[in-house]
Design a protein around this ligand. Structure first.
Ligand SMILES: *[C@@H]1O[C@H](CO)[C@@H](O)[C@H](O)[C@H]1NC(C)=O
Ligand SMILES: *[C@@H]1O[C@H](CO)[C@@H](O)[C@H](O)[C@H]1NC(C)=O
Ligand SMILES: *[C@@H]1O[C@H](CO)[C@@H](O)[C@H](O)[C@H]1NC(C)=O
Length: 460
């Protein structure tokens, strides 16, 4: 397990800091959230900085991987941000890199289960790559060449590999955090894994009109509620061990759990127009109020860790996903618009004020509520700032396409099923402690809170 921090790799930006510091260069990201050109310029500045972390396109490097300490899933998150970045701003600078990374990691069965990740890949990690492919389909991102897996097909492949993992043998159902038995966290059932599946199923339902996806979304929703990971007032706990039948829950609340269910529910509302889904969207939105500060008003913060300075690598990016999915929700459930936009505006404005660090004055801080740079740099927090800033362009772009309304991505309802999942091979090497610590998206999964946010204990 690692403590969050800075990349230990010298980057050109880091070296530039030294070079330009002596010249007294001071930059900043200017943002006026009412002005499209200003938003685009700010997004470009922040994205340029973010992409200094990514080296996957270099000869000899692996497309789709970020350097240490960033786990594989976070690169999947990055490609979703880049799909949105292109769609929101029209800037196609990163389209080739995005195409290359997504195709490379999609692997033989198009389901984002490359052998290299079998020591760490969880259902949630896989889902974040699936989201990127789904967004590419929804936004008509340029399609991969013929003969290569297609965006919709990839999202379906992720769904098709996850549905059979639905596991009623404990806790009445749900998805386990981990895919593979040998990874730490296999006994943990959690909200983000089940939520990722729910989110993807609901969007596939919208895109394809196939009832099977809606049925699974209903099932995932019912379970998260029945098991108690979602409370009666729509707060989302993190998860629980299935060794105690999910009775002892880890009651930590993360922004992205609300976000992943919010957009899924919005899609289900859009598909069904059932008032029950409208109410659910509204209730999740209301429960998400806890993630927004009173002062500065409406600015998002990760209350579980920012307030106690314990945000670890993965967690530094989470606010970005709630921002991303709130923006998307305004399109699928337009009745949320008035409640969501003031939050996206205030949060983006505050986030941009933290982006004054580094040589170029575009390195963003972790805590948007600070409204100034905190002298840290991190890929995930840079990405989160980009998400919330570009999310403000949502009012100027078209809603997602579907297969019978403008969508061009080709699907394959049976995708993902033809190639066996990696298994015995991965067992042929020894799983080290470091591998285990690296497993999956949420290192905090191995921890549970003790009556509050200060006491941490290591699970195993
Ligand atoms: C897996 O790792 C090998 C060795 O580093 C590399 O050649 C290959 O491209 C990697 N595969 C993926 C999908 O990243
Ligand atoms: C579904 O989404 C479309 C596209 O954004 C939107 O026009 C429509 O109003 C939505 N339907 C509902 C019931 O909100
Ligand atoms: C709907 O999706 C399911 C699950 O992937 C698939 O088995 C079925 O063939 C699909 N139906 C159609 C009409 O595409």
């Amino acid at each position: 397990m690692r403590v969050a921090g800075h990349s230990t790799h010298p980057s050109w930006a880091g070296l530039l800091t030294i070079g330009l510091a002596g010249l007294g260069y001071v930059g900043a990201v200017d943002l006026d959230v009412e002005d499209a050109d200003s938003i685009k310029k700010a997004a470009k500045d922040i994205a340029t900085n973010m992409m200094t972390y990514y080296t996957g396109m270099n000869p000899g490097d692996n497309p789709g991987n970020l350097p240490d300490p960033y786990y594989w899933w976070e690169a999947g998150a990055m490609f979703n941000v880049l799909v949105d970045y292109w769609f929101y701003t029209g800037d196609d600078t990163y389209n080739d890199i995005t195409m290359q990374g997504l195709l490379w990691q999609a692997g033989d069965n198009a389901a984002f289960m490359p052998n290299n990740q079998s020591k760490t890949e969880g259902n949630d990690d896989q889902a974040f790559w699936g989201f990127a492919a789904m967004s590419a389909a929804e936004r008509n991102f340029p399609n991969p060449p013929d003969g290569k897996p297609q965006w919709l097909e990839m999202a379906q492949a992720v769904f098709n590999t996850q549905a059979p993992r639905w596991d009623p043998s404990t806790c009445g159902g749900g998805l386990r955090w981990q895919i593979f038995t040998w990874n730490n966290g296999y006994n943990y059932k959690n909200t983000i894994s089940t939520g990722g599946f729910f989110n993807l199923a609901s969007r596939l339902a919208k895109y394809t009109g196939n009832q099977t996806y809606s049925d699974w979304a209903e099932k995932a929703w019912d379970w998260i509620s029945d098991v108690g990971f979602m409370t009666e007032d729509y707060h989302f706990w993190d998860g629980a061990s299935d060794l105690t039948d999910c009775k002892e829950m880890n009651k930590i609340e993360w922004t992205y759990n609300n976000g992943v269910f919010l957009l899924g529910a919005a899609n289900m509302y859009n598909v069904t127009e059932d008032p029950k889904w409208k109410e659910r969207v509204q209730k999740i939105l209301d429960s998400s109020e806890i993630f927004f500060a009173k002062t500065p008003q409406n600015v998002m913060y990760e209350r579980a860790c920012e307030t106690v300075n314990t945000c670890m690598v993965d967690q530094r990016s989470f606010k970005g996903y709630l921002s991303r999915w709130m923006a998307a929700t305004t399109q699928m459930a337009p009745f949320t618009f008035d409640q969501i936009m003031p939050k996206l505006k205030a949060s983006a404005q505050a986030a941009a004020k933290t982006c004054t660090g580094g040589a170029l004055g575009t390195t963003c801080g972790l805590k948007w509520t600070d409204q100034q740079w905190d002298h840290t740099k991190d890929f995930g927090q840079q990405m989160a700032a980009l998400e919330v800033v570009q999310a403000n362009l949502i009012t100027r772009v078209a809603p997602p396409v579907t297969s019978d309304n403008g969508g061009t991505s080709k699907g394959n309802p049976n995708a993902g099923g033809t190639v066996p999942e990696p298994k015995p091979k991965a067992l042929s090497y020894k799983i080290t402690t470091a591998d285990r610590a690296g497993a999956g998206i949420l290192t905090v999964m191995m921890m549970a809170t003790l009556g509050g946010s200060c006491g941490w204990l290591i699970w195993d």
